[in-house]
Design a protein around this ligand. Sequence first.
Ligand code: F6R
Length: 369
Amino acid sequence: EKGGYDYFMLKEIAEQPKAVADTLLGRIDGSGTLSLDEVRIPDGVLREVDKVVIVACGTAFHAGLIAKYAIEHWTRIPCEVELASEFRYRDPILDQQTLVVAISQSGETMDTLMALRHAREQGAHVLAICNTNGSTIPRESDAVLYTHAGPEIAVASTKAFLTQLIACYLVALYLAQVRGTKWADEIRAVVRDLASISGAVERVLETMGPVRELARSLAGKNTVLFLGRHVGYPVALEGALKLKELAYMHAEGFAAGELKHGPIALIEQDLPVVVVVPSPRGRSVLHDKIVSNIQEIRARGARTIVIAEEGDEAVVPYADHLVRIPATPVLLQPLVATVPLQVFACELATARGNEVDQPRNLAKSVTVE
Ligand code: F6R
């Protein structure tokens, strides 16, 4: 049932191109128009939405953090992302014009369920993004957009995360379509690029040999840091979470711009630091800033593991290890940038002799608050 793989996690990492393609299937027609039939919230209501609030936990929360960039950029609707476990305890401001998006692979996470119940009590409309048909969270929501990742067995979430991202992009694009947007051309281009994104994920998977080798060489380390900016920041958080849960290593993700506000004090000789580099196209200012960050930490002895787009030559002199990912539109980069981090964590866990599919102290779905 592991399809020839040693672990479910490896199988599920490998299934990502298909999971991504399946989640897009039938939702964008040949002319680039989105039809999300399952989202039964009337277009009239979606046109009136004045705030989007995303609630989720763990990896699903990281998908939400990335969704915020897409939703705000394409729709200009303010979007908050909150840990579901914190949400209802701060008396959040919600009304009929709030769209709450609850993201959950299992559909049974109690923290997320309690958050959405609270939102509905306040009159907000709740849309679930979920991977499990008929589970509690979609049943209690006004509408559901299913991710089609197929069953995810390994405790650490991989393919569900990529499909949550796809679902979030679809929601953002759909809101933009319903409401009209000044980014119409960009959106058409993104919809076009989504069609080839599954192939891009496949290409990343084909080049993971050196990442595995690198991971094995780091098995004796205690700490790994992850840096990113813009949508690369949640990717850094996700890379760190994967490493904690699988390799039981101290791992932290930072926004690279925060380095100088404290974390740079952690840099010491031979400390592995993974840097997710934004595209040099698009927001090129950010790209240049992160290149100087890489220079700074390397000058202080860090061992830099750089994840950068094909053709990005500016990073080459400062990368102790360079991992190439295909060029994508800026907002879609997490779909390809996360994959090497999953492989990295899985391989490190194996090298350290850990149980990959069943990390200690963790359960696949957390049904207590
Ligand atoms: C991390 C992981 C957890 C889940 C979190 C939410 O690899 O699996 O952080 O993402 O417990 O679970 P769901 O998505 O089922 O609500």
